[in-house]
Design a protein around this ligand. Structure first.
Ligand code: AMP
Length: 553
């Protein structure tokens, strides 16, 4: 079957199928990731029917990785990195070594050399940050200490992989030039030294130049008054830094994007602006999973079931157990240990990159890459279940939930007679300040981790998540609340939220924020008691000011 190389066809087929299967997966209470991966398999070369261009798809997927890692950077500060240092560095190396050793044993069993086995083992031992992010987001763990530690752990793994990717070509050359002569240690040392130097240089450039330069550029661009230019500036910084870091400094493109995000995290203004400017991030992230699915040849499950099983055991049992035991041995609690174990029980983008390079360097047979892919796919599909099981285990074991620093919901959540505040942005936070001054007990919800932290710092109990999701909304005890203030700008979501609130509590008083007459009517139809048209109130206030000034003059 000929390849279909049109970008547009790929985007349309990939996204439409991913949407359909993602929704289906959601209906069956599975992670939508499963739907995206299956969509990939369907448009891939190993199933009949439409066959998209794999190269094109993986490049699109790479954009997804860049944007996602940029997003992680946006939420990750230098202080966060320091905080996870105790757990993650240098200990994250040990489970990688353990997983690689197990993988090498599997390789030997399959009749490969030790060298091939170790590279194969490395492919099975580096977890995917993209998959982890999804898991943390889905389980609303992103702003907890456990979540941040897991991200820090994976950043360390990424750094290790940068070194491995750089060292692999000289190792490959040494091995293929003269197998009996062994490794050229000098060449290896030079490559290692150069990489460390480049990494140091890169960090220096980022810290010194980037910190000053990036906010300055953003201020200037904001001054032009063009939103389009602003979004473009953010995109240019994300992709530009990622690309330059990979080309000039030998840093992986994903890690480069992470640093770019951290740059913008320096000031709250640029952070918020940048987060708002990347609505396309989710679409590209979906394409990453579709592209992974496309590479997968399902027949390997029938051709080599036992080796596939061995890979899955290494990925999902061997390495996570080692990580769990290590974190426990370091004196940390079971919550952190088991979260990290669940986090590293999958592999993804780095394994594909590494496996691709190793096959190109003839360090690994093509079969090995197929096994890595099978292991990745199975572990990615199973990861949401692993997380669910681990979280259930965690909640089952704590008889009296002990609050963890940065974990939990801050001030205790009110359960009746309270006002639910949806959205703690510009509107919600001011509303909260005014109402609290009058003694109204409030419970806030926002999708943004930083704003949830802000609400808690302001002394308002807050929940993080999308209020349009039924399980999240249920946490706000709508049935026993007296008021709901829906202060978010998206009228579609607001309509859903209002309808759910109304269904849960027919007596609750619901006030909503709108930005046009049409939105206002939509919100009233959904069940709101009243709505405030933001722009009209603004005009009224401005007119009042002018009239008052005239009267005073
Ligand atoms: P602003 O426009 O500055 O008042 O900010 C609106 C706030 O609402 C932002 O902080 C968003 O994170 C938050 N928000 C928007 N949609 C939702 C939603 N569906 N659930 C929870 N928070 C939301």
């Amino acid at each position: 079957m000929p390849h279909e190389t049109s970008l547009l066809t790929l985007l349309a087929a990939g996204l439409v199928l991913a949407f359909a299967l993602g929704t289906l997966a959601h209906r069956f209470k599975l992670s939508p990731l499963v739907g995206y991966l299956v969509a990939g398999v369907l448009v891939g070369p190993f199933t009949p029917g439409y066959e998209a261009d794999t190269d094109l798809a993986s490049q699109l997927g790479e954009i997804g990785v860049v944007l996602l890692m940029f997003g992680v950077g946006l939420h990750f500060s230098v202080a966060d990195l320091k905080a996870v240092r105790k757990v993650a560095l240098p200990w994250a190396l040990l489970p990688i070594a353990f997983g690689s050793a197990l993988g090498a044993l599997v390789g030997r069993w399959l009749g490969w050399s030790w060298g091939t086995g170790v590279v194969f083992g490395l492919c099975l031992s580096v977890a995917s940050t993209v998959v982890l992010l999804r898991a943390l987001e889905d389980n609303r763990l992103l702003d907890t200490r456990r979540g941040k530690t897991a991200i820090g752990w994976l950043i360390v793994e990424d750094l290790v992989m940068v070194l491995v990717l750089v060292l692999l070509p000289p190792i490959g050359r040494a091995l293929s030039a003269d197998a009996s002569a062994g490794l050229d240690l000098r060449a290896l040392g030079e490559a290692l030294g150069l990489t460390v130097l480049k990494l140091a240089l890169f960090t220096g450039v980022i810290v010194v130049v980037g910190r000053r330069f990036v906010p300055w550029v953003l201020r200037k661009v904001a001054g032009t008054g063009s939103r389009e230019l602003f979004t473009l500036a953010v995109l240019a910084i994300a992709l530009g830094v990622a690309y330059v870091s990979s080309q000039w400094f030998g840093v992986s493109i994903a890690l480069g994007a992470f640093f770019a995000g951290m740059l913008l995290n320096e000031s709250e203004l640029s952070h918020k602006a940048a987060a708002d400017s990347l609505p396309m991030r989710d679409a590209f992230a979906v394409l990453f999973f579709v592209s992974v699915g496309m590479l997968f040849d399902p027949s390997i499950l029938l051709r080599q079931p036992l080796p596939v099983l061995a890979c899955v055991v290494v990925i999902m049992v061997g390495k996570p157990l080692a990580a769990w035991a290590l974190v426990r041995a370091l004196g940390h609690g079971n919550r952190i240990a088991s979260t990290i174990a669940a986090s590293v029980s999958q592999i993804g983008e780095f394994s594909f990159i590494l496996a691709g390079l190793a096959v190109a360097l003839k360090l690994m047979p093509g079969d090995a890459r197929d096994l890595v892919l099978a292991g990745a796919l199975i572990s990615i599909v199973a990861n949401p279940l692993v997380f669910a099981a681990v979280l259930r285990w965690q909640s089952g074991e704590v008889v009296v939930p002990a609050p963890e620093a940065g974990d939990g919901a801050g001030p205790a959540l009110p359960t009746h007679g309270h006002g639910i505040l949806v959205g703690y942005g510009r509107v919600g936070s001011q509303l909260a300040e005014l109402l609290r001054a009058r003694g109204m007990p409030l419970l806030a919800i926002d999708a943004d981790a930083d704003l949830v932290a802000k609400a808690r710092a302001d002394g308002i109990p807050a929940v993080r998540g999308n209020a349009a999701a039924a399980n999240v909304l249920a946490e706000l005890s709508p049935a026993t609340a007296t008021h709901a203030l829906v202060a978010i700008p998206n009228a579609f979501e607001a309509g859903e939220i209002i309808a759910r609130l109304r269904a849960a509590n027919p007596a609750i008083s619901i006030l909503a924020r709108a930005h046009s007459e049409a939105e206002l009517w939509n919100l009233l139809d959904a069940g709101a008691d009243a709505g405030v048209l933001a722009e009209r109130e603004l005009a009224y206030s401005m007119a009042e000011m002018v009239i008052a000034q005239d009267a005073g003059a």
